[in-house]
Design a binder for this molecule. Structure first.
Ligand code: ATP
Length: 491
């Protein structure tokens, strides 16, 4: 209203000045540019904020989150502080203002924040750190102010006394002050967040809890982690086997599974998968069942889905006949060595291109291992180099297809040396550079020689597996083991 009156008065003044013979063009230009700037920065910035902050009617409970038992326990313990606010006040305990969830992507941090809102009967408002960063100075800070204001208003509207603000990717706005090239804007935004958090009071009619998530806690400004701000940190890690099983059960609750489907063995095979991967796995398996016109989801749909989630969608690209032969030999080499050094380890091998891979051999993980012995690492090096060596033995030379395998082999050999598992004993990665490199080469050559010896002794089997693979496109672990048994009886 005031704005419209101002515009009207301004126009009248300009008309009056023009009638008196003044040149009003420069004034009009300056005013026009200012108006445009005001609209773009302030209005548009705010509008964006309004539409970006997502208010979610919360339905998630902690029971909908699989695994993460430690994270859930720690979070619930912290939330109990909030729920019993009056008691805390009577004891003079300062309120909990912020909880920081740290961990890899897709592990359920957003879910935990939503469950926290439901647990404390709060409204839930979410935003991502990147949404506060604009090229115009001051807009980020304005957005932070607005977010807190909006949370309080929403809670009142919903007749609640608590609000949870969830800020994902907090490292984008909470990066150490002074460390960013356009630091002024970042610093102002972060300062504003600190000011807002400092202003949160137990006595106010709406109590706001800020839950932030990051997978780069090392980048955060220490001021954020100071007591009274995000002084509770909850680690949200990749799920272990039991956790993966629970997550799979949650995401297959609404899906018709065939009786033969063994979720436990799928959980075993999916070491390293996050909750988001597992959700996608269950969904993809259902899509494969749909494509096959089946009414239930079968084991082989899950197997396909694991490949898809690990490597990407199957590609239509068809390799040439010569390439196909090379890929088949390469994968057969990996698979035979895998079965030799770790019997029963091959899930399947295929020459169907998928994602970045032209073909691949999938191994069963050796349980949930977080520590590796030297002998395990040496076996993995053998498996990695076997593809290229099989190509060399049968086709006379290697190809660029082994580049990734060699990188993996070097990484494993380096791991042996720098963790003190080689004959060099404990090494200083910086000072002993030369000795480390020499040892890495020695380890790699040693494994290459051994793989050549094994493959030479199994050459007829290598030819057979490669030929079958080329014909059938895919060989299961069971079929491979049958072939190996047949050839070893003939030997
Ligand atoms: P990011 O760091 O990438 O933002 P995040 O840790 O916040 O990820 P979420 O957004 O909570 O991860 O999870 C993504 C999806 O993955 C969820 O919607 C859910 O379907 C699934 N998911 C992840 N973790 C779990 C879990 N522990 N239990 C059940 N589902 C999960």
């Amino acid at each position: 209203m005031l704005l419209e009156a101002g515009i009207g008065a301004g126009l009248a003044l300009f008309l009056f000045l023009a009638m008196l013979g003044y040149n009003i063009v420069p004034f009009v230009l300056i005013l026009g540019i200012s108006a445009l700037f005001y609209f773009m920065v302030v209005q548009k910035g705010m509008l964006n904020l309004q539409s970006r902050n997502r208010y979610v009617g919360v339905k998630i409970s902690f029971d909908d989150i699989g695994g993460q038992n430690t994270a859930k326990r720690e979070l619930i313990e912290a939330l109990n502080f909030i729920v019993s606010g009056d008691r805390l006040q009577s004891l003079g305990i300062r309120p909990l203002k912020g909880i920081l969830l740290t961990g890899p992507p897709g592990t359920g941090k957003t879910l935990l924040a939503k469950a926290a809102a439901a647990y404390t009967d709060a409204v839930f408002l979410s935003a991502a750190g990147s949404e506060f960063v604009e090229m115009y100075a001051g807009v980020g800070a304005q957005r932070v102010r607005d977010l807190f204001k909006q949370a309080k208003e929403l809670a009142k509207k919903e007749k609640k006394t608590r609000a949870v603000i969830f800020i994902d990717e907090i490292e984008v706005l909470g990066v150490k002050r002074g460390s960013h090239s356009s630091h002024l804007e970042y610093d102002q935004t972060l300062n504003q967040l600190l000011v807002e958090m400092d202003g949160l009071k137990t006595s106010s009619d709406v109590k706001v809890l800020v839950i932030a998530a990051t997978n780069r806690v090392d980048m955060l400004d220490p001021a954020l982690l100071r007591p009274g701000r995000f002084d509770r940190q909850v680690k949200v890690d990749l799920p272990d086997k039991e956790g993966r099983l629970q997550i799979l059960k949650i995401h297959t609750r609404n899906k018709p599974l065939d009786q033969e489907v063994d979720l436990e063995s799928i959980a075993q095979e999916t070491f390293g998968f996050s909750g988001a991967h597992l959700e996608s796995l269950a969904n993809e398996a259902a899509i494969y069942a749909l494509r096959d016109n089946e009414t239930t989801i079968k084991s082989h749909h899950f197997k396909e889905a694991v490949d898809k989630v690990m490597l990407g969608e199957k590609l239509d690209r068809r390799p040439t006949t010569a390439e196909l032969e090379r890929i088949a030999i390469h994968e057969a080499g990996h698979a035979i060595i895998s079965e030799t050094v770790r019997p029963g380890s091959v899930v399947h091998l295929t020459v169907t291109p998928r994602g970045q891979a032209l073909g691949y051999m999938r191994q069963k993980p050796e349980g949930d291992s977080y520590l590796y012995t030297k002998s395990y690492l040496l076996k993995q090096i053998k498996i990695a180099v076997a593809g290229a060596l099989a190509e060399e033995m049968i086709l006379g030379e290697r190809s660029t297809g082994a580049a990734g395998d060699f990188q993996e082999a070097v990484k494993l050999a380096r791991q042996i040396v720098v963790t003190g598992l080689s004959e060099l004993g404990i090494v200083d990665a910086e000072k002993d550079d030369q000795a480390i490199n020499t040892k890495i080469k020695e380890i790699l050559y040693g494994q290459v020689e051994e793989v050549k010896r094994i493959l030479t002794a199994q050459l007829p089997l290598l030819y057979q597996v490669a030929a079958d693979l080329k014909m059938q496109e895919k060989i299961s672990g069971e079929r491979l083991r049958e072939l190996i048994a047949t050839y070893s009886r003939c030997a």
